[in-house]
Design a protein around this ligand. Structure first.
Ligand code: ATP
Ligand code: MG
Length: 405
């Protein structure tokens, strides 16, 4: 694994100043799995003020919890003091945190054994008091300590367990899983944004069909009961399709909701605080999922004029995968042809939007007697239809002549 120079520099600087420092958490897990880590977390015996005094550029990211961001070469690295979490009054965050000089105490507050390993980059040794290595080797997600207690402390960990199982393709150890089944109701104490983010990581993962675990544990009842039947009934289809579907949130959400009413989908996504663009993109694909598509450039331009390239391609993708799964090759061929037509239309720059017409409202007012107000809009729509039928007619004189008729 290539540890970035900046990480080495941070650890060496802390060491020179008399502090212990390790990389820890997801990056160590990923290193053992030979995966490229997303970010590098550093844990240290140095207190926050001591961390700050070792580096010229720092930001107090979460200083009350011991986290200081160290900036080197414009890259950010989170450095956190070893800490012990106090009681969790709200099943969400600790009422207080206490700093400690014992790395094992810090590792024991972490969620799963695979995430509770520290790595000493200087001596190439691991500190692994909970046998995380063994669980990683056996592809097992196991709570650190008593699972029941750990999920009571922080109920988000239940979502994290299932999300990691989808990202890594690991199984959840039995006691840990039973503790989720027992404590699922505690998820009500977690904000919908945090739950949604875990859910999104799950559906963007390599094993999204693990969503059935959200159903089996009843966690989904709290935040997305509408999809429970979908995940249970369509597990195989989801596995097949998501393997080939682009990792786009809107596209995957649209796939899962494709048989729903688009207005209902918008409301559900609003409730889950999705951003407006994602809601619009997903709802449009859902709305046109069962639109009676026909081959032919005119038909294709008409749909393009209604929903644009991105949404049209999304609809085609969703329908193609579903039909391929059901082995309806005739339907697949048709969808494929329409897809090619879209690409041709783009390549040829065919007009399918009012803004690309060679005439505007002014032209119509000037050249057609009595055309004003709302009628102008009707004329423009008519002109667009003429051009969508025959793109060579996108010329001012031709269109005026046709409209006069
Ligand atoms: P990812 O690859 O998704 O970033 P990660 O393991 O790095 O996975 P983070 O959320 O970045 O996850 O957290 C970093 C580390 O902090 C974890 O590996 C774990 O040790 C600890 N951690 C994070 N969230 C919790 C939690 N809710 N409870 C206990 N420990 C946690
Ligand atoms: Mg991380």
């Amino acid at each position: 694994m290539n540890i970035p120079e900046e990480v080495k520099e941070i650890i060496q600087t802390l060491n020179i100043n008399g502090h212990e420092a390790y990389i820890v958490g997801g990056c160590v897990r990923d290193k053992i799995l030979s995966k490229a880590p997303k970010d590098w977390d550093i844990t240290t015996s140095a207190l926050p003020e001591q961390i700050k005094s070792c580096f010229s550029h720092t930001v107090d990211t979460g200083i009350e919890h011991g986290t200081v961001t160290v900036i080197i070469n414009k890259n950010n690295f989170e450095v956190t003091t070893y800490r012990i979490d106090g009681d969790y009054g709200d099943n969400r965050h600790p009422d207080s945190v206490k700093f400690t000089s014992d790395i094992t105490e810090d590792l024991s507050r972490r969620d799963f054994t695979m995430n509770a390993i520290a790595y000493d980059i200087t001596n190439d040794t691991y500190i692994d008091p909970f046998n995380g290595h063994c669980d990683i080797k056996n592809k097992i997600i196991r709570a650190v300590g008593d699972a029941d207690t750990r999920f009571n402390e922080d109920a988000l960990r239940m979502m994290r367990a299932i999300r990691f199982s989808a990202q890594l393709g690991f199984d959840i150890e039995e006691k840990t899983y039973l503790a989720i089944k027992k404590n699922f109701l505690l998820i009500k104490n977690i904000s919908i944004e945090r739950i949604r983010d875990e859910f999104l990581k799950l559906i963007l993962s390599d094993v999204p069909e693990k969503a059935v675990l959200l159903c089996d544990t009843s966690l989904i009842d709290h935040f997305l009961p509408e999809l429970k039947e979908v995940f249970l009934a369509e597990s195989e289809l989801i596995k097949y399709s998501f393997d080939k579907l682009e990792k786009s949130i809107a596209l995957r959400i649209a796939f899962l909701f494709r048989k729903f009413d688009d207005k209902a989908v918008s409301l559900i996504l609003k409730r889950m605080r999705f951003d407006n663009n994602t809601i619009k993109e997903a709802a449009t694909a859902v709305k046109f999922y069962d639109y009676p598509l026909k081959e032919g450039y005119y038909e294709t331009r008409k749909v393009l004029s209604m929903i644009g390239v991105k949404s049209f391609k999304a609809v085609l993708n969703i329908r193609f995968l579903e039909n391929a799964f059901n082995k309806d090759l005739i339907e697949c061929k048709k969808l494929d042809n329409i897809y090619d037509e879209i690409d041709d239309i783009i390549k040829r720059n065919d007009c399918f939007e009012l803004k690309d017409l060679c005439i505007n409202g002014e032209d119509i007012k000037k050249n057609i007697d009595g055309a004003n107000g709302r009628v102008i809009g009707e004329y423009l729509k008519k002109a667009l239809d003429i051009v969508m039928k025959d793109p060579t007619k996108n010329e001012k004189n031709i269109l005026i002549e046709e409209l006069k008729r």
